[in-house]
Ligand binder design. Structure first.
Ligand SMILES: C[S@@+](CC[C@H](N)C(=O)[O-])C[C@H]1O[C@@H](n2cnc3c(N)ncnc32)[C@H](O)[C@@H]1O
Length: 279
């Protein structure tokens, strides 16, 4: 027991363990995530509908989206953006590794007679002969990846971008980092809940890494039958650190915004969004 408590509370090296696949694809957790995506009153897995509408309006105007626009949405979830973008006439590809979210996205496409190409794959291994005018990665998913994974993903984006195509993504800023507080807590859910449908105890540890501007929410879940851990890492950026990563992948950031709804860049904002092209 003592050794287990030591392990629960020890500070792991940034991005040393990857559990995003469990977080999004475990059958029980994926159902909770889908519910969160579709809940119009929370920003927990997707942003609220009003923001998504504003975001799609901005993307449409900024990139002249319409019939003929070839668009790829990485980590498309249940298709809250892809559906709306396809309704503008764009040729949309959605890339997602949660089968549960993709099922919902595909059913929505059938209901609305939208020819969206949904691909069930890990976007870090994405390969296609298609080239895209616009590539999106929305809701700060870039921040959940390790430096090596971010480099891989930017390389995939560059490879699949049309010569005059653009990338749009958002990230957490250092303002968000400063607001994060370290902490420890534990609780019990006797009839099951977010993490599993079994009775469980959960330990939550929050760590901050000042040198790297990384935060970690670490969850250790004990059920009568198993123990598992979820590591939610987040990289936070300033303009210099984000520019350096794009430059290293042969990309250039051409515009800065506060978010993917195109609000003006604001140094006090908890997020930043960028438009980037091949350099
Ligand atoms: C924060 S959610 C955002 C979903 C969507 N972009 C939105 O804003 O509504 C991140 C999504 O990316 C997906 N995802 C995360 N890592 C992925 C990976 N390596 N390959 C494919 N999908 C991934 C998750 O399953 C989840 O649906």
């Amino acid at each position: 027991m003592f050794e287990q408590l030591v392990h629960i509370n020890e500070r792991p090296y940034p991005f040393s363990i990857y559990t995003a696949d469990t977080l999004w694809t475990d059958p029980h957790i994926a159902q909770q995530m889908l519910r969160a995506h579709l809940n119009p009153n929370t920003d927990s897995a997707s942003r609220r509908p009003a923001f998504i509408e504003a975001s799609v309006d901005w993307l449409q105007a900024r990139f002249h989206i319409g019939p003929g626009t070839r668009l790829a949405d990485f980590g498309c979830g249940p298709g809250l953006y892809t559906t709306r973008l396809a309704q503008l006439g764009a040729q949309v590809t959605g890339i997602e590794f949660s089968e549960n979210s993709l099922r919902y996205a595909r059913e929505t496409a059938v209901t609305h007679h939208l020819p969206i190409d949904y691909m069930h794959t890990n976007y870090l291994q994405f390969h296609s002969d298609k080239r895209f005018d616009l590539i999106t990665l929305i809701y700060c998913d870039f921040c959940a990846l390790s430096p090596a994974q971010r480099h891989t993903l930017l390389g995939i984006f560059r490879h699949h971008l049309a010569d005059d195509g653009a990338i749009v993504l958002d990230v957490h800023s250092l303002v968000e980092y400063e607001n994060f507080e370290e902490g420890v807590s534990y609780g019990r859910n006797q009839s099951g809940s977010f993490w599993t449908d079994e009775d469980y105890f959960s330990f939550t540890n929050q760590f901050k890494y000042d040198a790297e501007h990384v935060t970690l929410d670490k969850y250790t879940i004990f059920t009568p039958t198993r123990t598992f851990e979820i590591y939610n890492w987040l990289q936070h950026f300033d303009q210099d650190s984000l520019t350096a990563e794009f430059t290293a992948s042969g990309l250039v950031i051409t515009n800065w915004y506060a978010n993917v709804a195109g609000e003006p860049f604001d140094p006090q904002s908890s997020t930043m969004a960028v438009v980037a092209t091949k350099s």
